[in-house]
Design a protein around this ligand. Structure first.
Ligand code: NCD
Length: 323
């Protein structure tokens, strides 16, 4: 899709709330723009002035290492002013609601709000109340669009394309916003998706999205090109979803014997934070011939720079769709 005034492809949305509903062309615009930043981030001089005068507020109601830091670096490398607000230091602790906090911040004229919240749908609700662009940095178990984009960029750089690849997403699918965003993105881009987990960690009906469901690692990993492991989101679990950590690892933890079912050059991915010995064996995680976990983190900064750049450009287009 191109902008009326130039041939430069553009992204016709005011916010980035999720991957669901984005077209392959729109996803490609975001990935192509991210690609431009990978080399820049490897140089000594990483700074640009594209976001000079722009204000980005990181508003995180849940803990984060990678996502919050990389949004901060992304904003700073583009020359913007970045402010970090976290649950522990804000008036949320004094009982202020999400919307009151958002309205307060909105009154200070930020250009982009990057929001992480424990409730699915909270970031969309907030986006309806503010004048700036909003990026969803993870809402409950719903979506985490920039994680899926950085995963896609990592795969595309290694394999050249997403089309036709067989990707296995393994672990706690039920509580994972990373899984949901990845399913939408990978299927939209022509990859095939398998979900591997115990029945208690697969949400009913998820196969209607177009993914295949497996309850056994050996069968699910057979001939896969990509093995994406997920953390057990114990903070979102109420009740017993599996008998014990040891049993979970025996059946669903990625170790070399299970990995042997995938293609011999299959890439190993994990969005982090990793729980070694729970969903992934430490040796497999550190197998840098095949594990691209560090590269995922690197790509995260490039993807977030592209998203910030594109959404701030779009602030000058009042006609844009707000979904
Ligand atoms: C993920 C998240 O917060 O959804 N982490 C991340 O952003 N890299 C996955 C997780 O917490 O397990």
């Amino acid at each position: 899709m191109c902008d009326g005034s130039s041939d430069r492809p553009f992204f016709p949305h005011r916010h980035l709330l999720g991957i669901e509903g984005l077209s392959p062309d729109e996803i490609t615009v975001l990935l192509d723009r991210s690609e431009n930043y990978v080399e820049q981030n490897r140089r000594i001089d990483k700074k640009k002035s594209l976001l000079r005068g722009r204000t980005i507020i990181n508003l995180f109601f849940e803990h984060s290492t990678r996502t919050r830091t990389s949004f901060e670096l992304a904003g700073k490398r583009l020359g913007g002013d970045v402010i970090n607000m976290s649950l522990s230091t804000s008036s949320i602790k004094k009982g202020e609601t999400l919307i009151d906090t958002a309205m307060t911040l909105n009154a200070m004229h930020p250009d982009v709000l990057v929001v992480r919240h424990q409730s699915s749908g909270a970031v969309k609700l907030l986006s309806e109340k503010v004048n700036c662009a909003v990026i969803n940095a993870g809402d409950g178990s719903h979506e985490h669009p920039t994680q899926a984009l950085l995963d896609a960029l990592t795969i595309r750089r290694r394999r050249g394309t997403l089309q036709g690849l067989q990707v296995a997403i393994c672990g706690d699918i039920t509580h994972s916003r990373v899984a949901r965003s990845n399913i939408h993105l990978l299927l939209a881009m022509g990859a095939r998706v398998r979900l591997i987990a115990p029945a208690t960690l697969i949400p009913p009906g998820i196969e209607h999205l177009g993914a295949e469901v497996f309850h056994e690692m050996a069968a699910g990993l057979k001939n896969c090109d990509i093995v994406m492991m997920l953390r057990l989101q114990q903070e979102r679990m109420h009740g017993g979803f599996f008998p014990s950590i040891r049993e979970y690892f025996t059946h669903f933890g990625l170790d070399y014997p299970k990995l042997a079912n995938a293609k011999s050059d299959a890439l190993i991915m994990h969005p982090g934070p990793m729980n070694r010995g729970v969903e992934i064996d430490a040796e497999v995680a550190d197998d840098f011939g095949r594990s691209v976990i560090r590269e995922q983190v690197e790509m995260g900064v490039a993807v977030r720079m592209a998203c910030l750049e594109i959404l701030t450009e779009n602030l000058d287009r009042p006609e844009l769709r707000t979904n």
